[in-house]
Design a protein around this ligand. Structure first.
Ligand code: HEM
Length: 127
């Protein structure tokens, strides 16, 4: 797991635009995914994309849009409605890895993001 200084340096390194490209590439895969597709709200996918983008911008050291729009993240509580087994977690991670590769970010920043996202995905296991 990267340290706090590394995590909060990501937004300065690649900008809100860089984070947005990763999140967009992740959400593009969701509608066609047999495991994850059914978990996400089909009419609300653009808003879901905004929620994840704003959370990551905040967590990676950028502006706090997420806190203003959604309040405290409480990620485990917000994921409680969705059964996250090891295979669901692994699929989420696989889609995110593909999104990171597609975004072609500087390798050191991509590695920090990847380690952070994998760690939180494991933390969210709940079934
Ligand atoms: C482990 C696999 C994961 C699954 C299956 C999953 C699934 C979901 C689903 C179905 C939603 C609801 C979509 C919406 O309407 O916003 C959601 C929301 C969200 N997820 Fe995940 N997620 C996972 C991992 C993560 C990780 C690793 C993070 C952060 C690093 C994350 C951050 C968020 C955020 C910020 C929201 C919006 C919460 C809100 O403000 O309501 N998720 N997730």
């Amino acid at each position: 797991m990267p340290d706090e200084a590394e995590i909060s340096s990501v937004c300065a390194a690649i900008g809100e635009e860089g984070i947005g490209r990763v999140v967009a590439a992740f959400y593009r895969q969701i509608p066609n995914d047999d495991l994850l597709g059914p978990l996400y709200p089909p009419q609300d996918l653009a808003e879901a994309e905004t929620r994840l983008r704003e959370f990551l911008i905040f967590r990676f050291g950028g502006p706090e849009y997420y806190l203003h729009h959604r309040g405290h993240p409480r990620l485990r509580m917000r994921h409680a409605p969705f059964p996250i087994s090891q295979s669901v977690r692994d699929r989420w991670v696989a889609l995110m890895d593909r999104a990171l590769a597609e975004a072609e970010l500087p390798a050191d920043t991509a590695a920090i993001m990847q380690a952070f996202l994998h760690h939180i995905a494991t933390f969210l296991l709940n079934s």
